[in-house]
Design a protein around this ligand. Sequence first.
Ligand code: GDP
Length: 380
Amino acid sequence: MRRRSCPGCGVPFQSDDPEAYGYVPAEVLARDEAALLCRRCFRLRHYGDAAGGPPALEAVRAAVGQAVKAADCVLLVADAFDFEASIAPPVRDLVRPPLVVAVNKVDLLPPRTPLPEVGRWAEGRLAAAGLPRAEVHLISARTGWGTRRLWERLAQRAGRGTVAVLGATNVGKSALLAHWVQAVGYQGPAPTVSPVPGTTLALLRLRLVQDGFTLLDTPGIPPPGRVSDRLCPECAKRVVPDRRLQGRLWQVAPGQAMMLGTLAVLEAAGPVPEGTVLIAYGAQGLPMHRTRTDRVEQLLARPPRSWADVPCQNCRARLAEAGCAEHRITLAHAHDLAIHGLGWVTLRGGPLDLRLRLPEGVHWTVRPNLLGPKDRWPAP
Ligand code: GDP
């Protein structure tokens, strides 16, 4: 259902006067997003001031640290699609027990994904990343799935105290809070940031009084190394999935490469055991194709041929200026190679030596597979 007023300030949306409260461009308003905010609240929330410009990481860290210190319980919101990026430092360094982790966007997982298995997988990944022991909830802020149960658990754990809500940018923290504001009933002062004297940021304090506890929202923490953060807003939108993921199969063969747009190139760097398959998961808007390795350079140098090519010419030029990096990775059966901010590939068969080409500074992680049979995992 279309929201008529901004959940940040309560002012009715309007698309006529960009200088007035409640302004949202008409095309954004038409998208009917659950997490829609007016331009003023969006800027306040994401950039700490209405003039725009991202806040310095140190200021974000300080604001989050302050909220975590004051809290009786910490809620970390992570992204099921980009899990590794959403628990990487500096996010992981800011959490402390008692910790609840909400793995958001599970609506993107393919149908019939066994969710209890995903929950155990997430627990394993959190432990491997050195996070404190946490209660894990799978949720979808978009559909509301799992959010009531999460709310009830927070109410139990916080009593009449405070829950600090933190997460990397774009994990869907605003969408979750907006969902709760709507579903639970919000009775406090308008939840728009008001600057704390002496800082460029403020904490957005929501008092969701229905169950007597306070949620302290915090500014989104920008994680380093995500492809999506290197792109213009249009290209970034195209690499973030919007519908259920569908794996795309690549029968690995010597002399062939797989290209994820022109953002990542994968090729076998050694012998390929028979029947080795990579299954790629990424946004529907991200073109993925196989090609001969001797054509890769040519394809990387070719300007985008249509609006459907990702990234656009401007992004390509910017990325080219920063340079690219080549990584050698050995991937074992039933493991994923996750490229932060882009997606992942799962290996069936193998083992496989891979050459991975990425824009300089983009991070990747090898992990046990998120989707598909969890057979033949090495003992922890
Ligand atoms: P924040 O930066 O953590 O506050 O993230 P936002 O709430 O602004 O969400 C970032 C993007 O993720 C937006 O495009 C949202 O529409 C999308 N998003 C948020 N929650 C969900 C979810 O549960 N499922 C899906 N598929 N997308 C979501």
